[in-house]
Design a protein around this ligand. Structure first.
Ligand code: ADP
Length: 599
């Protein structure tokens, strides 16, 4: 009567209810069952096989079972009707001489078990849902290497149901040429219990080939026993395609580069040479350039150029700048030839340096022509200088002789001749300077100078010849001392001033300002003239560069002055630059370091 199970005893074949315990009574809502036949006690069970089962047990004497029978009742007597599950045994009972008297019904409460099973099923479902939703294929193999699980993704790829892949079925879908590699790498891991990674191709249901990257990790039971592998396969087709494309592009680049008549090279971010085209290998014995430290070996570069080239190369890399270098390089036949080499940085999307790509050309002929031209200019200027000097001397003589003449025409003619001869002299001096600079023959006579004196005297001198303009000098550099060639510095100032005057015909004001720090002085020469367009700013310091479209009648010149001035300042370890607004005016700057340095 106290048992936590359902119990009842039915007598005879018609199942007369002879006994039941309180729990059993609860299931049936405490109805009047005692001494009633089963069909009368529980009419609602008709047609569900229960009565027939009891009759069978009665007739055969063999027990029968019924599992997970669900019943609802207030099991705890707390007013709450809940669900419970029972496993039933229907067993015959006999009298003393062994004849079957009736059937015993015992129902054991298995609610906990059923709930656990339901939970497990739910978890299994959840697991399937999650793994099926994953974009990657997931799988599991047992300790013998047989597939025990694959998710929907894998099945979708292959177009076959999950079951087709279990055991060794999955191997069928690996492209035949990859099978051996996949299986051997996987078998090796399953005996060594190591994680593994392998890329292979899968034949998809749509006939396409898909690249996957499989990774697997060993799986262990809670007791530490090896249980197989769990892993994933990622679709890497796009990556492989991109890789292939990159390789194709690279091959294409090489083909193009190799057929180009110029020298083409590439270097990595560490400055190492990574590629040289065929023209290169034909031009010079470059094998060593591709070796580990070859990129810094300068033995192919003329020793007079090597230091400078390497310095600029390293500098460009560290600042990720473009560069252009001209230097002599040893060819296969041992002779040296000039090359003009350009390099541009290659940047990744995130802005980091991927390396350099560059090209170069044999510019020996150009250099030779340039040399011929320079020699010619030098020679011609030199030859012109003697007659001009003599003309100048006579003109000055005549000027002083006819200082007090009444002949206005004579006076005007002599003044004009003198002015033009001066102009010519300056031009010839400039030409001579250029040819000296180009051939490295420009020598500087250094002395200790008060910059202020040089500025003041030079400005005065220019002011004399410029009646239309007023040069305003603000003296504030005190006794700033420089180590410089007086005439050359004066030449720079004259050049900047005469330009300021020449290129500001509509204004009358030119300002000279100097600002100093302990290390250097910055001299600024400002005009309110025509200004310079942004695209010309970088070029005006180049040799023979004149701004195009400028009215030559108004502004005569050869484009030499600024080049010479810049060279002079550079040789004094200073800098030159210009700031300008077209139509508003320009400011030309130059700097000179203090002497002694740093004081
Ligand atoms: P140029 O003999 O032509 O004056 P420069 O070398 O002195 O040669 O100057 C080069 C070019 O720079 C000039 O042709 C002119 O176009 C430009 N330039 C120089 N100074 C000025 C200035 N102060 N204002 C405007 N343009 C200038």
């Amino acid at each position: 009567m106290q048992a936590p199970a359902l119990m009842a005893i039915l007598r005879k074949r018609e199942g007369i209810c002879q006994f039941f315990n309180p729990v059993f009574a609860k299931v049936w809502g405490d109805r009047d069952m005692l001494n009633k036949s089963m069909r009368l006690a529980w009419p609602e069970l008709e047609g569900q096989g229960y009565f027939e089962r009891i009759e069978r047990v009665y007739d055969s004497g063999m027990p029968e079972y019924d599992y997970d029978f669900r019943a609802r009742a207030d099991w705890n007597n707390d007013g709450n009707v809940t669900e419970a599950y029972f496993d039933f045994v229907y067993a015959p009972y006999r009298d003393d001489d062994g004849t079957i008297e009736g059937v015993m019904i015992i129902g054991v409460d298995v609610t906990g078990k059923v709930h656990a099973r339901q939970q497990l099923a739910e978890q299994q479902q959840l697991f399937n849902d999650i793994t099926d939703a994953a974009g990657t294929a997931l799988w599991m193999v047992d300790a013998q290497g047989n597939m025990t699980f694959v998710n929907k993704t894998w099945a979708d790829w292959t177009g076959q149901p999950k079951e087709a892949h279990l055991g060794r079925g999955w191997v069928e879908f690996v492209m035949p040429e990859d099978r051996e590699q996949v299986i051997s790498s996987y078998l090796r891991s399953t005996t060594q219990y190591t994680p593994y990674q392998v890329d292979f191709k899968v034949l998809r249901s749509d006939g396409k080939i898909q690249w996957v990257a499989a990774t697997g990790r060993p799986r262990y039971l809670p007791n530490g026993e090896f249980a197989g592998y769990v892993g994933s396969c990622m679709d890497i087709t796009d990556r492989k395609k991109a890789e292939q494309k990159r390789q194709d592009n690279e091959a294409l680049f090489r083909t193009i580069a190799d057929s180009a008549p110029v020298l083409i090279w590439m270097a990595g971010p560490d400055m190492r040479t990574t590629f040289l085209n065929t023209s290169w290998t034909r031009f010079a014995d470059v094998a060593s350039l591709l070796s580990d430290d070859g990129y810094l070996q300068s033995n192919l570069i003329h020793e007079a150029d090597a230091d400078q080239v390497l310095k600029r190369y390293k500098q460009a890399f560290s600042h990720q700048q473009e560069f252009y270098l001209e230097y002599r390089m040893q060819c296969r036949d041992g002779s040296y030839r000039w090359v003009g080499m350009k390099g541009v940085p290659r940047l990744a999307v995130d802005g980091s340096l991927e390396g350099y790509i560059g090209s170069g050309m044999d510019i020996t002929e150009m250099k030779e022509l340039e040399q011929i031209k320079n020699d010619f200019i030098g020679m011609a200027s030199h030859e012109l200088k003697t007659p001009i000097t003599s003309i100048k001397a006579y003109v000055q003589l005549l000027l002083s002789m006819y200082k007090n003449t009444e002949d206005a025409f004579l006076k005007k003619s002599l003044t004009t001749v003198n002015k033009q001869v001066n102009k010519l002299t300056r031009l010839i001096t400039d030409f001579l300077d250029i040819s000296k600079m180009e051939s490295g023959r420009l020598s500087l006579n250094y002395e200790q100078l008060l910059l202020n004196d040089v500025l003041r005297e030079t400005i005065e001198e220019v002011q004399h010849t410029a009646a239309q303009h007023n040069i305003i000098y603000t003296e504030n550099v005190g006794n700033f001392t420089v180590h410089a060639d007086r005439d050359r510095i004066a030449q720079v100032i004259i050049n900047f001033l005469t330009n300021a005057i020449k290129y500001s015909p509509q204004s009358s004001r030119v300002e000279v300002n100097a600002a100093r720090t302990d290390e250097e002085v910055v001299v600024a020469i400002k005009d309110y003239g025509i200004g310079i367009k942004a695209e010309d700013i970088d070029k005006i310091f180049n040799r023979f560069y004149r701004v195009e479209g400028r009215n030559e009648q108004n502004f005569s010149g050869f484009g030499i002055g600024l080049y010479v001035a810049a060279e002079i300042i550079r040789r004094h370890n200073g800098r030159v630059w210009v700031e300008s607004v077209p139509g508003k005016g320009s400011v030309f700057y130059f700097t000179l370091p203090a002497y002694p340095q740093g004081v």
